[in-house]
Design a protein around this ligand. Structure first.
Ligand SMILES: Cc1cc2nc3c(=O)[nH]c(=O)nc-3n(C[C@H](O)[C@H](O)[C@H](O)COP(=O)(O)O)c2cc1C
Length: 388
């Protein structure tokens, strides 16, 4: 923090940037620069409808004073579901539950965006009973196999994203985020490691980004110009032959031109080595090791003007403050620290600036999978040991 100032000043530094200041993203007013990064909660019902417990979890986060909550990934088409208890938005029948969620969050003073996803070859045919579709055919263990999507299927998925975005707006979400990271469908198309197509959707970056650009274009048309459309992108795939950091910056520039309002940088895919998966396991030993995509953020701020939301490994107030003050990012996003402590931001705002107790052991995935809903298993054990 102290040591980084001179090397990390970039051309787009806002010297007045502070963590607890109000900002706006395309008309969406945010009370501070903290964002809950999308986190699958595993609490939707079998169909994908919002449950009371799921809304309750969002309310806890809103009471924790996050500037913006991004929902767990929500599938836009039945064959695009990856996880049990995942939210769905592909039909109007999901509207009442989604509306309950936004109303509950707004009543608690929060702002919430819906994250839209299609799992592609990382959907789960055991859950959906449907064939998987992706850029290129692959056989996947224990699954029905992933087929290469035809042009009509691509067009249908583009419309599914657009209709889902319109539905999110109708349900009262303050913004939407298109999930194009982590090796799900849109990320698979971007990545030469997954995308071996020889038509206009494969090959050079312009072609690999075509599907995403079509999605962004039709989403923008569906929601209109004055509604925040954000995107989550990999800063790097960390795969042999995967999307590189330079390409991620180029895609971000394309997003800016396509009227996207903010980019969230994450990285890795479910196929990457475990130490480069999006939720990298293992506690960082000191604040200097916290930020997974610092170099990518620096490059982004030199080339791209729309706001950056940075996620991955951020655990301490001092690091968050340094990133924002030095212009490395506009927003600080976290996932696991907020599973561990939904009230973390309120605590920091009140002056208790101790670092998150999250140990990044990823034990939180198990209860999301078994229907109990995501929670910090390690913290719960610690509390029960201490008799709290
Ligand atoms: C239980 C769990 C569920 C997640 N679900 C999503 C998701 O639905 N969408 C998404 O984009 N990322 C998801 N992620 C990844 C996080 O948003 C984030 O990118 C990653 O955990 C790194 O941030 P962190 O170090 O603050 O946890 C999930 C992570 C965890 C631990």
């Amino acid at each position: 923090m102290q040591n980084l100032d001179s090397q990390e000043k970039t051309s787009r530094v806002n010297p007045l940037a502070e963590l607890f200041e109000h900002t706006t993203i395309n008309g969406m007013n945010l009370a501070n620069r903290f964002v809950r990064s999308a986190t699958w909660e595993g609490l939707a019902d079998k169909e994908g409808s919002v449950t009371k417990r799921l809304s309750g979890m969002m309310v806890e986060l809103a009471k924790g004073e996050l500037g913006l909550i991004i929902s767990g990934y929500t599938f836009v088409s039945p064959e695009g579901q990856s996880s049990p208890g995942q939210m769905a938005v592909y039909d109007d029948r999901f509207l009442p539950g989604l509306r309950d969620m936004t109303e509950a969050v707004h009543s608690a003073g929060g702002k919430i965006a819906l994250q839209l996803v299609h799992g592609g070859c990382n959907a789960n045919s055991n859950l959906t009973g449907l064939e998987l579709v992706g850029p290129t055919a692959v056989q996947i263990e224990d699954q029905l196999g992933c087929r290469s999507a035809g042009k009509e299927e691509i067009a249908a998925i583009v419309s599914a994203f657009a209709r889902s975005a319109a539905r999110a707006r109708e349900a009262g979400f303050d913004a939407i985020q298109i999930h194009a990271a982590h090796g799900f469908l849109l990320s698979q198309f971007l990545s030469p490691a997954f995308n071996k197509r020889t038509d206009e959707y494969g090959g050079g970056l312009e072609n690999r980004a075509r599907f995403l650009l079509e999605v962004v274009g039709s989403v923008r048309e569906a929601v209109g110009p004055r509604y925040p459309v954000m995107i989550k992108l990999n800063a790097e795939d960390f795969l042999v032959g995967g999307m590189t950091r330079d390409e991620a910056i180029q895609v971000s520039t394309m997003m800016e031109r396509a009227s996207v309002d903010a980019v969230e940088f994450s990285g890795g895919t479910v196929a990457s080595a475990v130490e480069f998966m999006p939720p990298r396991p293992g506690r960082t030993q000191n604040p200097g090791q916290e930020v997974f995509y610092r170099d990518a953020a620096r490059l982004y701020k030199q080339k791209v003007s729309i706001p950056l939301i940075l996620v991955g490994g951020i655990r301490s107030y001092e690091v968050a403050e340094e990133l924002v003050r030095n212009g490395l990012t506009d927003y600080i996003a976290m996932s696991r620290p907020l599973i561990c402590e939904p009230g973390l931001i309120r605590r920091w705002r009140e002056g208790d600036r101790r670092t998150s107790e999250c140990v990044s052991d990823n034990a939180c995935f198990a209860p999301a999978s078994d229907g109990s809903g995501v929670y910090c298993v390690t913290m719960a054990k610690k509390r029960s040991k201490a008799g709290r």
